[in-house]
Design a protein around this ligand. Structure first.
Ligand SMILES: [Zn+2]
Length: 170
């Protein structure tokens, strides 16, 4: 398949998953080779905000997380690499911004509690999805920069949304 067509199919799949997480139609765009020259910052993805500071319904993911998501979709769901786990989480995290959350710590914690849903939307079995969410929560989240981490992101904490999909629920 020619790369452009493959990217379009991947973007459609990721857009469907993100739209389900956000609750309305949003678009996921993978940076192209040429686009990668234009840096979008240190994050693996970003959501543009309008002049009033309201997040727009679209996100751009950098080339690397898009590559890892492609691997995940192609069958990496049983034993996802750390990079694949992070890439799935980036899609969840940016979706939380598209829902309207502009706080990194809050968006990050909401995403932690929905990674299981994202993995399921990308074709994971319940067990595969649970393991992905737990892996992020236990091995990636603690190492995130301080403005992404909150002591309230825990069972019973202020950021606990009491979702069955939270990684602290079996
Ligand atoms: Zn963010």
């Amino acid at each position: 398949m020619i790369p452009g067509v493959q990217r379009h199919l991947e973007e459609s799949r990721l857009s469907r998953a993100a739209s389900a997480l956000v609750g309305h139609r949003v678009g996921v765009h993978c940076q192209t080779t040429a686009g990668a020259l234009v840096d979008v910052g240190n994050e693996l993805g970003y959501v543009p905000y309008d002049s009033d500071g309201v997040p727009l319904p679209r996100t751009t993911l950098k080339r690397d997380p898009c590559k890892e998501l492609r691997r995940y979709l192609k069958g990496g769901r049983d034993h996802p690499s750390r990079d694949e786990v992070v890439a799935v989480h980036v899609l969840t995290h940016e979706s939380m911004h598209m829902r309207g959350d502009t706080s990194e710590a809050s968006a990050e914690c909401k995403a932690v509690q929905r990674d299981r849903t994202t993995a399921t939307l990308l074709g994971a079995t319940p067990k595969q999805a649970y393991l992905l969410a737990v892996t992020y929560w236990l091995t990636v989240y603690p190492d995130m920069p301080t403005d992404y981490v909150s002591a309230e992101c825990r069972p019973g904490g202020a950021l606990d949304q009491h979702l069955t999909s939270a990684p602290w629920n079996r």
